[in-house]
Design a protein around this ligand. Structure first.
Ligand code: WTA
Length: 660
């Protein structure tokens, strides 16, 4: 059955329709609120009234070689923060804590996938970073030279990142899971001089090669002069004479002190590539002072971190979440963190909970995709471990569906931990919309309020604010310290991608609505919005409705071209482990969505699939699902975590028939 309701006539065209209502609320527990880093709601008014004053006050908590002359120079879309100031990121993350007598505090509890462990104190980490910095200098890396880092999640990865910051060489971290081709593209775009890598890394118990991909990538990346190779798996690798050097040989013999460069506030700190709509990846450019300030401040306030917390951001450091909230924010705040190399279910789905119990993790930050995976495996794995040390939970990467939020709250947080759902992007550098956990009443599925100093809005096609409850486009109306400064080598693409749709406003590409309390509900990427009979529907709400059926583990919906309705909703559904899928179940799920959010949102087709195509950071690649649904050739698949998945789904889709 197909719905074809004409678009309702309204005063203006509805940008995105909002159908799902969620009314559960969770005020901060009194005991949590009483000890929180932010207890006074006046912080919001203070930052709104004096943006520069607010950030200047926060900036005073960093260590500067030379104070800034001017807080902000804003010539849209180009911002400069703290011009005239000089500082070094590694000094802020390491030296100043050691100098303050905190050298024996643990910086990282590291755990390898096979079960090997290392503990690095701040003093240890400083010494290692200095050795690596000296080694990079010996390899000819100077201030301003780009260094690519292509490593597994071993301590040498943050060490290499921090070493780059010490000598003023911007790094570009490339996910260890990316192919030689993807690596080569990034090496060329950044004209990297040195690559830091490892022989390989462990994934699901097996060594997988990294150096071998570097060798292949270098055939087409002539800028690279040297390769520094850490030993991780012990697998055989080819070392090119005069080009490749072992970490153990070069780094180990260096001095444990190293003079930090005095960097200018606006010097480039790093490039991080994200995929754009065209095949050419975008090198998102972040600079020194504003970025460090943004991530340190948001980390302190959103995660409420204290000196005795054990904080675990269970992401890969090769993703922006790892840059900002494993490495720079936490270390700037002198936090004790956990670093884990492997997958959540190796050797079994209890692995994460074992780690939480072993180190007494107090704050856990992860992605909805991981939470849904744990839901699928069942709560018994978490139940088998003592998770009572946890006091705060975080979520990032995509909208968290209310069902996953409630599961996280109940089974991981023991119903006592506030959840901070944090909306931000590689481009924003740090968290932009999130609760302050001592102040904000949370709602499952809402990222709640813009961080102090962030001015957001939800607008229609013309850039006019939409009324509460109506969906539209998220925009940001003021500059912020950690904002991207550009796309490397392409200022025009920067201006056109982010600043041209609504002049003077930053357009992140996400749909959102604001409720009557002013809380924000993210609705997914606007590129994924479906147009069904003139109604613009967000993927997020329909997926949330599907996952609210207890038999569904995960769902992704896309629009498929349809003669009658323009687009028809095609749902890919992963059923929970023990559920038998059938056409009847597909029908029930279609009805469930119709009952939950309205007939217009009823999927025309439900297809059961064992897996979904995702990026390495866990985002569903709906673009590929659209190709599969329409039976078109697939677009760019280089950022896919597991390339075989699309073939499996495509075969199933061609074999199956529509459940109409
Ligand atoms: C999505 C990850 C809803 C959003 C830090 C954004 C979210 C994109 C959330 C950026 C959230 C991230 N709620 N959507 N809490 N967090 N997103 O660059 O679409 O990997 O634009 O940065 O992820 O992804 P990126």
């Amino acid at each position: 059955m197909t719905d074809s309701i004409p678009a309702q006539s309204r005063a203006h065209e509805i940008a995105i329709e909002s159908l799902l209502a969620e009314d559960r609320t969770f005020p901060p527990p009194a005991a949590f609120a009483a000890q929180a880093n932010v207890q006074d709601p006046a912080i919001y008014e203070r930052a709104a009234a004096d943006l520069e004053g607010f950030w200047a006050e926060e900036a005073a908590t960093l260590d500067w070689f030379k104070p800034w002359d001017r807080v902000l120079d804003w010539e849209p879309p180009f911002a400069k923060w703290f011009e005239g100031g000089q500082l070094n990121v590694s000094v802020n993350c390491l030296d100043r804590h050691v100098a303050a007598g905190k050298g024996e505090r643990v910086a990282f509890y590291w755990e390898g996938e096979p079960g090997d462990r290392r503990v690095l104190t701040y003093a240890d980490l400083l010494a290692e970073v200095c050795r690596c910095a000296n080694a990079l200098r010996e390899l000819g890396v100077g201030r301003g030279d780009r260094v690519a880092i292509y490593m597994p999640m071993i301590p040498e990865m943050p060490i290499a990142m921090l070493a780059c910051t010490r000598i003023g060489a911007p790094h570009t971290v490339v996910f260890g899971g990316f192919s030689a081709e993807a690596l080569s593209d990034r090496l060329n775009d950044s004209a990297a001089k040195v690559v830091v890598t490892a022989d390989g890394g462990f994934r699901r118990g097996k060594p997988s090669g990294l150096k071998v991909n570097v060798d292949a990538a270098l055939a087409t990346a002539p800028s690279v002069e040297k390769v520094l190779v850490a030993r991780r798996t012990g697998q055989d690798v080819t070392m090119a004479e005069g080009r490749d050097v072992w970490w153990d040989d070069l780094v180990a013999r260096q001095a444990a002190t190293s003079e930090p460069e005095r960097m200018e506030s606006e010097d480039m700190l790093y490039l991080l590539y994200t995929s754009g709509t065209t095949a050419k990846p975008k090198g998102i450019l972040h600079t020194t002072a504003g970025y460090l300030l943004g991530v340190a401040t948001t980390h302190r306030y959103v995660f409420d971190v204290k000196p005795d917390d054990v904080y675990w951001c269970a992401a890969d450091a090769g993703w922006v979440t790892g840059h900002s909230y494993i490495v720079y924010g936490p270390l700037a705040n002198g936090t004790t963190g956990v670093l884990y190399e492997g997958t959540p279910d190796f050797p079994d789905p209890g692995r994460w909970w074992e780690i939480v119990a072993r180190y007494g993790v107090t704050i856990l930050y992860t992605a909805p995709t991981a939470i849904r995976a744990h839901m699928k495996w069942g709560p018994r794995h978490a139940d088998a471990h003592d998770l009572s040390s946890l006091r705060l939970l975080g979520s990032v990467g995509e909208p968290i569906n209310p069902e996953a939020w409630i599961w996280y709250h109940r089974h991981i947080g023991g119903e006592r931990c506030p959840i901070v759902d944090t909306w931000w992007q590689t481009e924003t550098g740090g968290i932009m919309i999130a609760p302050l956990p001592g102040l904000t009443t949370t709602k499952p599925g809402s990222a709640t309020r813009p961080f102090p100093g962030v001015e957001a809005d939800v607008v229609d096609e013309r850039g006019e604010p939409v009324p509460p409850g109506e969906g539209g486009y998220l925009v940001l109306k003021k500059p912020w310290p950690a904002m991207l400064r550009g796309i490397y080598g392409d200022p025009e693409r920067y201006a056109s991608t982010y600043w041209s749709r609504y002049p003077g406003m930053y357009f992140p590409g996400d749909g959102a609505r604001r409720d009557t309390d002013g809380d924000y509900w993210l609705m997914g990427r606007v590129d994924d919005v479906m147009n069904v009979s003139g109604h613009r529907l967000s993927t997020t709400e329909i997926e949330s409705a599907l996952v609210s059926d207890e038999r569904v583990a995960e769902a992704a919906v896309v629009g498929r071209p349809d003669d009658l309705t323009g687009e028809a909703i095609f749902a890919f559904v992963i059923a929970k482990g023990d559920i038998e899928t059938s056409e009847a179940l597909g029908q029930e799920l279609r009805q469930h969505v119709a009952a939950r959010i309205g007939p217009i949102a009823r999927p025309k087709t439900v297809m059961f699939t064992p897996d979904l195509p995702k990026t390495r950071s866990g985002k569903i690649m709906r673009r590929l699902l659209r190709d599969i649904a329409a039976d078109r050739p697939l677009g760019d698949t280089t950022t896919l975590a597991d390339a075989a998945v699309v073939d499996t789904i495509r075969d199933a889709s061609r074999a199956g028939k529509d459940e109409e």
